[in-house]
Design a protein around this ligand. Structure first.
Ligand code: SF4
Length: 326
C-alpha cells in the first residue's frame, strides 16, 4: 500500500480556509483506509518565523486541536512534529549533498520569492531556498510515495523524486520515488473579499467560533458591490458570501442561490442567514470538540505520534546508514 504524507506549516491562527483547503482532504484520505502520516512542518515554519518562534509554538496546539476536531484519528495515523524526528534532518543533510544548487533554484516558491519585491525579507535565507530538499527528506524518511499537492506544488514533488532517484542510483537503494497526488485545494477568500484569509489582516473565521461570532462575521462579509438593492439582480461571481456558500452549502442550495440572486429573488441579508446556518451545521460540532481538547492532550498526541512515526523513520535511517556506509 502506498504511504501518503501530508504536512502543514504552523505559521499562525488556524481558520476555515485551512479546513476547506487542506484539513477536509486529510480526513478523507484517512477515512479512505490509506496509510497516512500527518505532520506539523515546524522546521519549514522556522524558515519564515525565525524572529517569532512563539507563533510556531502557539499554533502547534491550535493545528492539532483543529485536525482532531475535524475528524483525524491519531490512533489510526501518526500525528507528529517534524522537529521531533531527528532522522528527517539527518537525511536532509545527505540529500543536500546530493542536490546541485541549480535543482533547488528551480523551486517555484523560491522563484516567487525572488520575483516578488513585496515578499517578506525574512525568507531570504538558505533554509527557505533549500526547503524542497527538506521536503524530500520528510517524504523519504517515512517511505512516502504519494503527497497531496495542488498544481502549483507539483514541481516540488518532481524535485523530491529526482533527489530520491539520485539517492537510489548512487547507493543502489530502493526508496519509493514520490509522486504528486494532484488534489484540488479550494481557496477561500478572506471575509473582506481579499484573496487571502489571514489573521494579520483580521479577515478570518476560526475553527472555534461561537454561533454568535460566526454569524456576526458572515453578516459583515463583502457582497456584490455593484448590486444597487434587493430589487436589483446581483452577480454571485462578484460576491464573497457566494464563495463561502460554494464551500459550505449543499450543491442544490448553491445553484438556487445563484439563480435567485441573478433574478433579484433573494436579499443579501437572507443569503447571509442561509450561509450562517449552513456553516454552523458544519463548524459548531468541530468547535465543540476543539474546545474539549487541552494543550496537554495535544502534547500527548504529538509524543505518541512521534513514537509511532519513529518506528518507520528509525528503520529507514538504519537502511540508509548501511547503504551509505556513513
Ligand atoms: S444575494 Fe447572496 S450571492 Fe447575491 S449578492 Fe447578495 S450575498 Fe451575494
Amino acid at each position: 500500500m502506498d504511504t501518503i504524507l501530508t504536512g502543514m506549516r504552523p505559521t499562525g491562527a488556524l481558520h476555515v480556509g485551512h479546513y476547506v483547503g487542506v484539513i477536509r482532504n486529510m480526513v478523507a484520505l484517512q477515512k479512505s483506509g490509506a496509510e497516512c502520516y500527518f505532520f506539523l512542518a515546524d522546521w519549514h515554519a522556522y524558515n519564515a518565523l525565525i524572529d517569532n518562534v512563539d507563533v510556531i509554538t502557539k499554533s502547534r496546539y491550535e493545528y492539532v486541536k483543529g485536525w482532531i476536531a475535524a475528524g483525524l484519528d491519531p490512533k489510526i495515523s501518526p500525528i507528529y512534529r517534524q522537529s521531533d524526528i531527528p532522522e528527517v534532518l539527518m537525511l536532509n543533510q545527505i540529500f543536500q549533498c546530493l542536490t546541485p544548487p541549480g535543482w533547488a533554484d528551480r523551486s517555484p516558491s523560491w522563484k516567487d520569492f525572488i520575483n516578488n519585491p513585496n515578499a517578506s525579507r525574512l525568507l531570504d535565507n538558505v533554509g527557505f531556498f533549500a526547503y524542497p530538499i527538506l521536503q524530500a527528506a520528510d517524504i523519504a524518511i517515512v517511505k512516502g510515495k504519494r503527497v497531496p499537492v495542488g498544481a502549483d506544488q507539483v514541481a516540488h514533488i518532481e524535485l523530491a523524486r529526482e533527489i530520491v532517484r539520485k539517492f537510489n542510483r548512487q547507493y543502489k537503494a530502493n526508496l519509493p520515488e514520490p509522486e504528486a497526488l494532484l488534489t484540488t485545494f479550494p481557496k477561500l477568500p478572506g471575509t473582506d473579499g481579499g484573496t487571502k484569509m489571514s489573521s494579520s489582516i483580521g479577515n478570518v473565521i476560526s475553527l472555534n467560533e461561537t454561533e454568535k461570532s460566526l454569524q456576526k462575521k458572515v453578516n459583515k462579509m463583502k457582497t456584490d458591490d455593484q448590486r444597487g438593492g434587493v430589487e436589483q439582480p446581483g452577480n454571485p461571481d462578484n460576491c464573497t458570501v457566494y464563495d463561502f456558500h460554494k464551500a459550505f452549502s449543499p450543491s442544490n442550495e448553491v445553484s438556487l442561490i445563484n439563480e435567485s440572486c441573478r433574478a433579484a429573488g433573494l436579499s443579501c441579508g437572507e443569503c447571509k442567514m442561509k450561509l450562517g446556518g449552513n456553516m454552523k451545521d458544519i463548524l459548531m460540532p468541530i468547535a465543540e470538540r476543539f474546545n474539549q481538547i487541552s494543550d496537554s492532550d495535544v502534547n500527548d498526541i504529538l509524543s505518541d505520534g512521534a513514537r509511532k512515526a519513529k518506528v518507520r523513520t528509525h528503520a529507514t535511517w538504519e537502511e540508509i546508514k548501511s547503504l551509505t556506509k556513513f
